[in-house]
Ligand binder design. Structure first.
Ligand code: XIL
Length: 416
């Protein structure tokens, strides 16, 4: 059965806006002569640049800009219209997690996911699936289940949820945060305890059978920093990706969450860029899936925070958008009015986090200009909308570090 196609990207709305601006500029020119001509040129340039949405800027280079969205945010009309103006893709922030989708054993609730999908389709946007195996935001009933039942329960969940959206979601974060916090091995959550390391391959297989056209991702956090812990995590994850590929497990991409921290020293992303090259060499698509910049460590002054946060977006995007395998950038929210950081990582001074591109009043902050510029100047993506990724076999010689990481994981019985 051929799954229905995701509708093509909606037409870039600013083309019409630009025409209007041009006509106005022309009239002005006719009226005011040469001096006005130079001025209107500047105005036109400014107007058309600032009216380019983030989604349209990304689309110029074959990329997609998206945002996660919560149920609460969707009910805010002003926020919703900003969202629809800016993005090419939507991720349900919580709406497809276990606790929402299967609150009682065998009872599935797709209302939130379905509503988001309807909205996405109405506006020609893609929707991402998030997430199937994580170990968090799970319903209480799972705790009462015998370990031997967890395999069939996971299989049924994946078949039901992925099957429900078959042909309609371009990609799924099948496995969320598989590597332990210290990077030394796999996270020991209930799925690992019940099924062992094999849970990863099994979940990917079940998802693939349920929607053969969906791109299946492993999604991970804590990979960005230039710290020993992040380096260990990158090595471990790379080893895992290679192992899965060797076994022909259906895995199409890697999600980099990218919950960044703005600190006293600017973040450096050279090691991340190197890592992304290695992932690209495996023929995997890369998505930035949850980008935001936690400003907890910065002083209260909003202007200062906006400058530092924008600079962090700038450096990060410069590093990742130089890689053509990076197909999509999703921020974890769009406006500071709705950011998970205010509840999960509140600022000690009680002020709201300024972590996202738009502020609480839905006004564009400096980060928007920076992001737009980075999208516009980036090299074109090799993975464009709707294309199946070419599985380019890695010809890269395995680096010593990766081999060592493999060995460590093998010793721990993480990989077969
Ligand atoms: C967060 C949501 O934003 C919150 O609303 C919720 O309370 C907790 O989860 N990594 C992930 C996301 O993969 O699913 C998390 O989302 C943020 C961290």
């Amino acid at each position: 059965m051929t799954p229905p196609q995701i509708p093509p990207p909606r037409p870039v709305p600013e083309a019409a806006a630009r025409r209007v601006v041009l006509v106005r500029a022309f009239l002005l020119l006719a009226l005011l002569g040469n001096t006005a001509c130079a001025m209107s040129g500047q105005i036109q340039e400014r107007t058309s640049r600032s009216s380019v949405s983030l989604g349209a800027a990304a689309q110029h280079r074959g990329r997609v800009y998206g945002s996660a969205v919560s149920q609460q945010a969707l009910e805010d009309r002003d926020f919703r219209s900003l969202l629809l103006q800016q993005v090419g893709s939507l991720t349900p922030e919580n709406g497809l997690k276990w606790e929402v989708v299967q609150p009682q054993r065998g009872h599935f609730d797709f209302r939130q996911g379905d509503a988001l999908l309807r909205l996405a389709r109405r506006h020609g946007l893609e929707m991402r699936g998030h997430t199937l195996v994580w170990g968090q935001q799970e319903p209480p009933w799972l705790q009462t289940v015998a370990s031997s039942d967890l395999g069939p329960i996971l299989k049924a969940h994946i078949q039901m949820v992925v099957g429900h959206y078959r042909g309609q979601l371009r990609s799924w974060d099948v496995i969320n945060e598989p590597i332990s916090d210290d990077g030394s091995g796999l996270r020991r959550h209930r799925w690992w305890r019940a099924l062992g390391p094999e849970y990863i391959a099994l979940a990917l297989e079940w998802a693939h059978q349920s929607d053969p056209g969906a791109r299946l991702l492993i999604n991970e956090y804590g990979l960005e920093a230039e710290t020993p812990a992040a380096a260990t995590k990158r090595r471990g994850l790379l080893a895992l990706l290679r192992q899965l590929q060797r076994r022909d497990v259906p895995l199409h991409g890697l999600g980099i969450q990218a919950h960044l921290q703005a600190g006293p020293a600017p973040g450096r992303y050279d090691a991340l860029a190197e890592f992304l090259k290695q992932v690209q060499a495996l023929g995997l698509e890369i998505q930035i899936t949850e980008l935001d910049v936690d400003d907890r460590q910065l002083p209260g002054d909003p202007e200062l925070r906006d400058r530092v946060v924008a600079a962090e977006y700038d450096r990060f995007l410069a590093a990742v958008l130089s890689n053509p395998a990076v197909r999509q950038v999703t921020t974890w929210g769009l406006s500071d009015r709705y950011t998970w950081l205010n509840s999960q990582a509140p600022r000690p001074d009680g002020r709201g986090q300024r972590a996202l591109p738009f502020d609480e009043a839905l006004q564009a902050k400096r980060a928007v200009a920076v992001m737009r510029e980075r999208f516009t100047r980036a090299t074109s993506a090799t993975v464009s909308r709707g294309d199946r990724i070419a599985t380019e076999q890695s010809t890269q010689k395995e680096a010593d570090g990766i081999e060592r990481a493999d060995a460590v994981l093998l010793q721990q019985g993480i990989l077969r």
